[in-house]
Design a protein around this ligand. Structure first.
Ligand code: TAP
Length: 347
């Protein structure tokens, strides 16, 4: 085997094996079979030098090809690094990391194309690598985070915030009380998030929008680009429900209006409303663009429980004096709000 082919084979094995175990770990975390982010132990930190050792072995094999045992060792180190790479990464960052793994898999496939002298595999692998990388960069930009912050920034946060959450208290309200606040408000800002998508509540949101508009309540909708699970997720759903485009505010516009807004109605959004993103430098979501719902006169949050959102961090918004938690599935709760608002406004 010539050196170029041997080099391509080494790249293919290192990236292919690493991607394999990293993808299994990512699957385990997304299915909640494995815990979310945690710090690496000292031993794991030492072992995380595996990619350096695997690359050095790959380089050695390119020059002195033929050692099967060294080749196997290189594969083993790559498998181990795939596991260590994912351990410290939190759930919220998993889509970005999966997209990065797609990029590695593309590069591995292109290297395989070199080994097999298959042009189609080289082109397809190179395209896969570029697309994965571009999507990761778009997601990082939307979250206002760097790659290194995504890969190494979540250490130790989850346990600390979960423990803090147990000691705080919150207020909740019924659909009847919430509807009364809505129909008597002069301005309402609706902030949808992933939970609206999960519940498929967009058509009920449209009904509420129509009702409030009919009653003369100024009524706008806003979500940051990172709401949901992929770029444009919320826009697609709101467009599906024919919510007028001009009722959707820009982030800056929404945040400048919120201090004068009577009610911010958060529907299945969590991380994108967490004020920690503005001020808590230690938080894994620090710097992420959010809607400043905590600045509205009253905040109402529809979700099923006090569980954290995708980032796994507690939301300080829920413990403010002016926040009311509305517990329930987004679709049925917004449906109840519409019914109650109709009754209360004599409709
Ligand atoms: P999340 O922080 O994930 O919060 C969604 C909330 O919806 C959860 O707290 C959940 O609480 C609630 N929920 C789920 N199903 C529901 C249902 N059927 N009815 C009512 N509530 C429901 O979502 P977000 O605020 O939209 O933030 C997006 C997160 O994804 C961010 O952390 C972001 O960084 C990450 N992310 C986004 C992207 C892009 S590009 N959009 C890409 C990668 C990562 P309960 O379980 O208590 O109901």
């Amino acid at each position: 085997m010539d050196r170029i082919t041997m080099g391509a084979l080494a790249i293919e094995v290192i990236l292919g094996f690493l991607t394999f175990t990293a993808s299994l770990m990512a699957f385990g975390k997304l299915q909640e079979i494995l815990p979310s982010a945690r710090s690496l132990t000292g031993a794991e930190l030492r072992e995380s030098r595996h990619p350096g050792a695997a690359v050095a072995l790959g380089g050695y094999l390119v020059v002195h090809s033929g050692s099967t045992s060294l080749f196997l060792l290189m594969g083993g180190l790559s498998l181990a690094f795939g596991i260590l790479l994912i351990i410290p990464i939190g759930g919220a960052d998993m889509p970005t990391v999966i997209s990065l793994l797609n990029s590695y898999a593309g590069l591995s496939a292109a290297a395989m194309g070199f080994v097999l002298n298959n042009k189609l595999l080289i082109i397809a692998g190179s395209l896969g690598r570029k697309l994965g990388l571009i999507l990761s960069i778009i997601m990082c930009k939307a979250m206002n985070r760097s790659f290194s912050n995504v890969l190494f920034g979540a250490f130790g946060q989850v346990a600390a915030t979960a423990a803090a959450a147990e000691q705080k208290s919150h207020r909740s309200a019924s659909a009847e009380e919430a509807a009364s606040l809505l129909v008597n408000a002069s301005s309402v800002m609706v902030v949808p998030g992933y939970g609206m998508a999960a519940a498929q509540a967009q058509h009920k949101v449209r009904e509420l929008y129509d009702l409030l508009t009919e009653k003369g309540v100024k009524n706008e909708i806003r979500h940051p680009p990172v709401a949901g699970r992929m770029p444009g997720h919320m826009n697609v759903l709101l467009a599906e429900a024919d919510i007028p485009y001009d009722s959707l505010l820009e982030l800056e516009e929404a945040n400048s209006e919120l201090p004068q807004t009577d009610v911010a109605l958060v529907i299945g959004a969590n991380d994108v409303t967490n004020p920690a993103a503005r001020h808590d430098k230690g938080s894994p979501i620090y710097g992420m663009p959010i809607i400043d719902t905590d600045k509205a006169r009253t905040v109402m949050v529809i979700k099923r429980s006090m569980n954290p959102g995708f980032a796994g961090v507690d939301n300080e918004l829920y413990y403010l004096d002016r926040t009311l938690m509305l517990f329930g599935d987004a679709k049925s709760f917004v449906g109840e709000l519409v019914k109650e608002a109709e009754i209360q406004s004599g409709g």
